[in-house]
Design a binder for this molecule. Structure first.
Ligand code: MLC
Ligand code: AMP
Length: 474
């Protein structure tokens, strides 16, 4: 069973003030499953709500591929995801720009229908993620890959039903949805979702764990966050103190700056563990809960995963803790390909069957990894969100006042990287351009800063030389 339906009764998920116990969740999801059975795929509005939880679980019970759609997506991105995925129905609150039949989801509905468990090779999720160019690609993830990843993480972190999982991450990406929701359901630990990952909300959830005993035994807290969340918690001293009783703090989705890790240790008494992954590979590397903490290192390969480093021409790179190469992985957690894009899928693998992450890393003799950056300047991580520069540039070029555009990620104390757009044009209103992007792509893909320039530095081939743009430190 992908979702551990055999887990103990009791609280399954609380989102904000609303909650469902396991029986109610399965029963509400079975009602959804009954209505969508046989559909090619269903799109789910990824807002942070019980509706989303019920819709996703319903899709998985029915064996229908679930396509999570970012809750903050603009019309163009939403339309692309819905069309490209072949979704037949929209589950959740209706959204502008979606021309699909809408199936409202009611968490209070009940059905006792039981459905056979779909085969492990069937698609669980189609998750959209940015490349360096073009619109987001649909990453096809099988039930087998999801189950393998969650089991390997449970092993690495000694994650059991005695833990209460707390986070407030978006329910439309791997971190919040696959680990944060499906992980909790598979392992059988209640999830307290805080709607937004705000420091005060994490602190309140930490206090609420006290009231969630398990057969008279104390529950322990497992907390997930992206580095921006941990950095905000460190800055909010009182929230950090409430996390002192947690069992484990986990950081991922972007590099955790050493000062944030150290600040967290000082304020909570806990050094966080890091883990590394991608939408395409799910989580592949993690620091084990029982291993000594190593600030700045993301951990070792999970059970069922292998890793290696390769140089620019495919040559092996030494695992000496210093030499940098492209991180490549293979194993049970990998995706089945980009939906409808055989060439992009083929290009993602090496000739000998390893997935090319596009991340630059070092590995030491003990198999620990440190991620040192991206191989491409066109892949940006801002607040833990992955954003392709090309996708934002294409939208900017659609604005009537913009003639040329170059988008880069610049270092940012809060977001890790912030999106900066260098624009050449006539009478550009920076605020209007930012709104133009936010309304078409996702709000989190909007430039945080616009710099108007007379021209962009280009090489003899006419390609923009992003490394020469003022203000960039790459
Ligand atoms: C601002 N807003 C606008 C706007 N400007 N809306 C429309 N148009 C504009 N021009 C609004 C937003 O809608 C939002 O509203 C509010 O302003 C705040 O926006 P923000 O500044 O972008 O958000 P912020 O609070 O700073 O977000 C920080 C954050 C967020 C950390 C909470 O970045 C986040 O949730 N990150 C998690 C990303 C993640 O989960 N990545 C995992 C990928 S999977 P409102 O109303 O909504 O407040 C992966 C694999 C792995 O990477 O390894 O895990
Ligand atoms: P996404 O596809 O949104 O899942 O983003 C995947 C990318 O996030 C990876 O290719 C990395 O660049 C980055 N990433 C994820 N986890 C970490 C981490 N622990 N440290 C550094 N980068 C990370």
């Amino acid at each position: 069973m992908l979702l551990g339906a055999g887990a103990e009764p009791g609280l399954a998920v609380r989102v904000g003030d609303e909650e469902l116990d396991r029986e109610a969740l399965w029963s509400a999801a079975a009602a959804v499953a009954g209505r969508i059975a046989g559909a090619d795929a269903v799109a789910v509005h990824g807002e942070a709500s019980l509706r989303t939880v019920v819709a996703v679980v319903g899709g998985l019970l029915a064996g229908v591929p679930v396509v999570p759609v970012p809750a903050d997506s603009g019309c163009a991105e939403r339309r692309h995801i819905v069309r490209d995925s072949g979704a037949a129905l929209w589950l959740g609150r209706p959204q502008e720009g979606v021309d699909l039949p809408v199936l409202p989801v009611d968490p209070s509905e009940r059905s006792c229908r039981s459905l056979p468990e779909p085969a492990p090779e069937t698609t669980a999720l189609i998750m959209y993620t940015s490349g360096t160019t073009g619109p987001p690609k649909g990453v096809v993830l099988s039930r087998r890959a999801v189950a393998a990843d969650l089991d390997a993480l449970a092993d690495a972190w000694s994650w059991t039903g005695d833990d209460v999982l707390v986070h407030g991450l978006p329910l439309f990406h791997v971190h919040g949805l696959v680990l944060g929701l499906l992980g909790a359901l598979r392992v059988g630990s209640p999830l307290l979702h805080t709607v937004r990952p705000a420091p005060a909300a994490y602190a309140a959830a930490a206090r609420a764990i006290e009231g969630l005993d398990r057969r008279g035994r104390h529950r322990s807290g497992l907390f997930f966050g992206v580095p921006t969340v941990w950095s905000r918690i460190v800055r909010d001293g009182s929230a950090a103190r409430d996390l002192a009783g947690a069992r484990l703090l986990v950081s991922g989705s972007a590099a955790l700056p050493d000062p944030v890790a150290e600040g967290l240790r000082a304020a909570t008494g806990h050094a966080p563990v890091e883990r590394y992954g991608m939408t395409e590979s799910l989580i592949t590397l993690a620091a084990r809960a029982d291993a000594p903490r190593r600030t700045g290192w993301v951990g070792t390969a999970l059970a069922g995963v292998e890793s290696r480093l390769r140089g620019e021409h495919g040559e092996p790179v030494a695992s000496d803790g210093e030499s940098i190469g492209e991180l490549q992985v293979r194993g049970a957690t990998l995706f089945d390909g980009y939906l409808g894009l055989p060439q992009a899928t083929a290009a993602a693998w090496t000739g000998d069957g390893w997935f090319r992450t596009g991340d630059a890393a070092v590995r030491d003799e003990r198999g620990w990894h440190r991620v040192v950056g991206r191989m491409s300047v066109d892949m940006i991580k801002s607040g833990g969100y992955r954003i392709g520069a090309g996708e934002v540039e294409a939208v900017l070029l659609g604005h009537p006042a913009v003639h040329e555009a170059a988008v880069v990620g610049e270092p940012d104390d809060d977001l890790g990287q912030r999106i900066v757009a260098y624009l050449v044009g006539d009478g550009i209103d920076p605020a209007a351009v930012v709104d133009f992007v936010a309304a078409r792509l996702s709000v989190h893909k909007r430039p945080r800063e616009v710099r108007l320039v007379g021209s962009l530095p280009r090489n003899a081939m006419g390609k923009v030389q992003k490394k020469l743009l003022d203000g960039t430190r790459r």
